[in-house]
Write a protein that binds this ligand. Structure first.
Ligand code: NAD
Length: 442
């Protein structure tokens, strides 16, 4: 006799199932949390090659880049959490005011929130899904993980592997695009952690408002790199070549554009050209270290930005391979199209300003960036930028690296997002810090 196949679980079924698990208290003990983190770590180390192959298929990432910026990144985050979790979760005593009496005690304790939804983008589809999942599990929650449909090989790999390793009563992967995400967002979660663009960020926040669900929004924007006239341009060029063109520029904290004075701009261009050749060879298209654009839509969008200035390095494209050469544009007008949106690709415009005051004004006239980079020898210049501008993070002398410091919060401000995570900040994000007062009855 033929039995009909069981109907697939709807998003509502998934959330109800996970909520039932959470209600049993199973996810709360620290032993369950550390066990899940160890299993997630085992997935990353044992199935690293599967994930690296998926990342290569989706984004042309080299194995080195797949491990460095995605797989090992999450392993480090897990190790740091396993080393410190007990200490982070320790209740914190609070001093009491005299009117309550000295027989009472007060403290804060971290409570898990419940069922958490993590929605990830395509550009670091392993890191940006699994680092928040690790934080949510470390905090004792059940988790629905929603990978990006624009990185389909990685989405499929994660959907296959997570259930092999993690507690399937408490962790679920829901794959899909807008209809599936919309259906998920109609459900009540206890926290929604979204990484992606601000337009969808607004959709997520609107849906969350219906249930009064708190959100973390990890968004993007145009992250400037200010190069002062006193900076060592060899060092600047080498670090920009790495930070901007990693993952073919599709990095939320990549330097979006260079801000500098006209003389420094002229001096920097040839040094940057040399640094790029050193990094990717004379023809980056054949370099194993240089990635590809995620899809034709983004390829076409980026190609359309190439005439926003004078091409001084790169400029070649090959649509059949979704290849855009590492490109530097000089003489870019702040009104040019490339300066109106986050570039999110391998195009580096150089915009000139007349010194530090104008640079600070330029930054403050625009949306608060996710990251701001400063290349300046002068302590006074670095201090002024730190004190007179606002950004999610600030990197003096080295792009991207601040987000690899597990003890620093990673997140945006204003248009670049709200909330943060990594290390102990993930515990703050995915827990409720409960105030407790305890006074004896006699
Ligand atoms: P994306 O298109 O993959 O979208 C992100 C997620 O939103 C996906 O899971 C997708 O399914 C979902 N989504 C898309 N449209 C939706 C809709 N209408 N309703 C509900 N859900 C929807 O990724 P993206 O937005 O192109 O990612 C790039 C952006 O993300 C850039 O702006 C970048 O700066 C930002 N970003 C930020 C960080 C960070 O940590 N702050 C990291 C990476 C990327």
């Amino acid at each position: 006799m033929n039995h009909p196949a069981p109907a697939p679980e709807t998003p509502a079924d998934v959330v109800a199932r996970l909520r039932a698990t959470f209600r049993t208290g199973r996810t709360r003990p620290v032993e369950w949390r550390t066990e899940q983190l160890r299993r997630l770590r085992a997935l990353l180390t044992e199935k690293g090659p599967d994930l690296a192959a998926a990342l290569h298929a989706d984004l042309g990432k080299s194995t080195k880049e797949a491990y460095g910026s995605e797989i090992d990144f999450v392993v480090r985050e897990i190790d740091h959490t396993l080393d410190h979790l007990a200490e982070w979760l320790r209740p914190e005593p609070a001093p009491l005011p005299a009117h309550i009496g000295d027989d009472a005690r007060a403290w804060t304790q971290y409570d898990p929130l419940g069922v958490v939804l993590v929605i990830a983008p395509w550009n670091y589809p392993v890191q940006l899904l699994l680092a928040p999942v690790a934080g949510a599990l470390a905090s004792g929650n059940a988790v629905v993980a929603k990978p990006s449909e624009l990185a389909p090989a990685t989405s499929a790999a994660v959907a296959r592997l997570l259930p092999e390793y993690l507690d399937t009563d408490a962790v679920a992967v829901v794959e899909g695009a807008i209809p599936e995400t919309t259906a998920l967002l109609a459900e009540r979660f206890d926290h929604i952690f979204y990484t992606g663009n601000g337009t969808v960020g607004r959709i997520v926040m609107r849906a969350a408002a219906e249930h009064l669900t708190p959100v973390t929004l990890e968004l993007g924007g145009k992250s400037p790199a200010y190069v002062d006239r006193d900076a060592d341009l060899e060092v600047v060029a080498a670090r920009l070549a790495r930070g901007k063109f990693l993952n073919a520029g599709q990095t939320c904290v990549a330097p979006d554009y260079v801000l500098t004075d006209p003389e420094t701009a002229a001096a920097l261009t040839p040094v940057l050209a040399r640094a790029l050749e050193e990094r990717f060879g004379a023809d980056p298209q054949v370099s194993g270290d240089y990635g590809r654009i995620i899809n034709e839509r983004h390829f076409d969008r980026l190609s359309g930005l190439l005439d926003s200035g004078r091409v001084v390095v790169g400029g070649d494209t090959d649509r059949s391979q979704k290849y855009i050469a590492p490109t530097v544009l000089a003489d870019v007008d702040p009104a040019a199209p490339v300066m109106q949106e986050e570039i999110f690709g391998p195009i580096l415009p150089i915009v000139t300003v007349d010194g530090l005051d104008e640079a600070i004004g330029f930054i403050n006239d625009r949306a608060k960036p996710l990251a701001l980079y400063v290349f300046a020898a002068s302590e006074e210049t670095r201090r002024r930028i730190a004190d007179e501008t606002s950004s999610g993070g600030l990197g003096h002398g080295l792009p991207l690296a601040h987000l690899t410091v597990s003890d620093l919060p990673f997140g945006g401000v204003g248009e670049s997002g709200m909330g943060n995570y990594h290390g102990r900040y993930s515990i703050e994000t995915f827990s409720h810090r409960k105030a407790v007062l305890d006074k004896p009855l006699s």
